[in-house]
Ligand binder design. Structure first.
Ligand code: ACO
Length: 435
């Protein structure tokens, strides 16, 4: 069969090359440009990866125009309605939904790995009391490799599986410990009788002596349901900046804990995982409903770097399907945990204002998932500096799944982009007194 090709011609040299088109199961095909430099001496330039597929992957599919998000083929709406977070983690890691006994063993194994080494617990004492929890997440996740060095043979599938399980199991424990260190509370060990989200809420909020108080005070079913949903929605999002970072770091053969720590660092930025925290800071800065027009005008002003946080998305250009689901949950949570915090009213007013504004309509800038997730976390009493950490807990599932997928491919190559050099051409060194 003749392969579809795209012809590229270098007009300067007259050299031409036929490049094959690669098709996935669904979605936009890609030109395989691997031989371009060799054939016609040309690189491609695509700042921000606007038109570049960096890998082949069978995990997650997004159609940004239609607002479609599939994990292993299953629509996000169906998983959000019917699944638990751990079922989704199993699906992402293994490719299929688990049978009942498989899910039971998977959840039990995750529980068994949920403790962190006592020496690692003490590690937190080295952090200053006001360290941002994300800085502790980066450091502690990276340091896990020091504890599991004997199981880091990346050619051994069982070593890879155990490493992935450990990261998913320990990330809520590390996250809760980061919070408790910053407020000076004693660490709470994971409990085997609680499920993944309940356990996290318990490790975050329970206090010594509180076994005499109704535990529904801090493990509320509506809160746990909302958390389960947000973790599912944030579990994976194909080759986003942090996942691409994990993949690039992994391509060097670095250990998975270090690679996931690199992913956590990339997620920290306000244009990515830091957006939900940035939404709350922005609402605080706006302050009152009557100042919304002023900030909308700032967001539209090309000479002002201000952007409306929680609006717009690189891939979703009509709507973010996760935002539609989160919006519903946001209203449910606000009903269960009513608050007189003016930020909630401000958020609703800003949403309404921006959705009617010509600039936002024309540029297809809709609220993204993080516009609502920050509000939900705030209503659940999760501190603002923990919002991105919540994202880390969920996205660890995606990072380890991409890492497992990548490591199982025999034809791995180190990721090494090229550049267009814009510095000086060769020039001679001058002694310091002659400069
Ligand atoms: N407020 C105001 N204007 C915006 C916004 C915004 N939030 N987002 C995009 N625009 C404008 C840009 O100025 C640009 O205008 P122009 O065409 O006149 O130059 C146009 O819309 C396109 O924007 P780009 O920056 O090219 O879009 P890109 O796909 O590169 O960026 C991003 C996507 C980073 C998400 C951007 O919309 C943004 O900064 N949003 C706010 C931060 C945010 O909410 N991030 C969370 C993303 S979701 C996640 O990580 C889970």
């Amino acid at each position: 069969m003749v392969k579809d090709t795209v012809t590229i011609r270098n007009n300067k040299t007259g050299k031409e090359v036929d490049l094959p088109l690669e098709y996935g199961t669904v979605g936009t095909p890609a030109v395989d440009i691997g031989s371009l430099n060799k054939e016609i001496g040309t690189f491609t330039f695509d700042q921000g990866f606007m038109s570049t597929a960096s890998c082949k992957s069978a995990i997650t599919y997004i159609d940004g125009d239609k607002g479609v998000l599939l994990y292993r083929g299953y629509p996000i709406e169906q998983l959000a309605k019917n699944s638990s977070f751990l079922e989704v983690v199993y699906l992402l890691m293994n490719g299929e939904l688990p049978r009942e006994n498989e899910l039971f063993s998977f959840a039990s194994e995750i529980k068994q790995h949920s403790m962190i080494h006592e020496a690692l617990r003490v590690f937190f004492n080295g952090f200053h009391y006001d360290a941002h929890p994300m800085s502790m997440m980066v450091g502690v996740m990276g340091s896990l490799s020091a504890f599991y060095h004997s199981e880091l043979d990346m050619n051994d599938p069982e070593h890879r599986r155990i490493s992935a399980m450990r990261m998913v199991a320990k990330v809520p424990t590390i996250a809760a410990a980061s919070h408790r260190h910053s407020v000076g509370w004693p660490f709470i060990y994971p409990r085997l009788d609680l499920d993944y989200c309940e356990n996290f809420m318990n490790m975050m909020f329970s206090l010594p002596g509180q076994q005499y108080i109704d535990e529904n005070n801090y493990i509320d079913p509506v809160a746990v349901k909302a958390l389960n949903l947000l973790f599912i929605l944030h579990a994976d999002h194909e080759q986003n900046a942090s996942t691409s970072t994990v993949r690039l770091a992994s391509s060097t053969g670095a250990n998975p804990y270090a690679c996931v720590a690199a992913g956590i660092s990339a997620l920290w930025g306000p244009a990515h995982g830091g957006a939900n925290e940035a939404v709350l800071s922005m609402l605080a800065e706006i302050g009152t409903v009557d100042r919304i027009p002023e900030f909308i005008a700032k967001a539209k002003d090309k000479n002002d770097p201000f952007r409306l946080m929680g609006f717009g998305h690189r891939v979703y250009k009509n709507f973010d399907p996760r935002a539609t689901i989160t919006r519903e949950t946001c209203y449910e949570v606000l009903e269960k945990f009513p608050s007189d915090d003016p930020l909630f009213d401000l958020m609703l007013a800003l949403e309404e204002f921006a959705l009617k504004d010509e600039y936002f309509i024309e540029k297809k800038l809709y609220p993204n998932v993080d516009f609502y997730s920050g509000i939900i976390y705030k209503a659940l009493k999760i501190p603002e500096d923990m919002f991105t950490v919540m994202f880390v807990i969920a996205r660890t599932a995606g990072w380890v799944s991409h890492w497992l997928e990548m490591m199982s491919e025999p034809s791995q190559r180190i990721g090494r982009p090229r550049q267009i050099y814009t510095g000086y051409d060769v020039r001679d060194y001058k002694p310091v007194l002659d400069r």
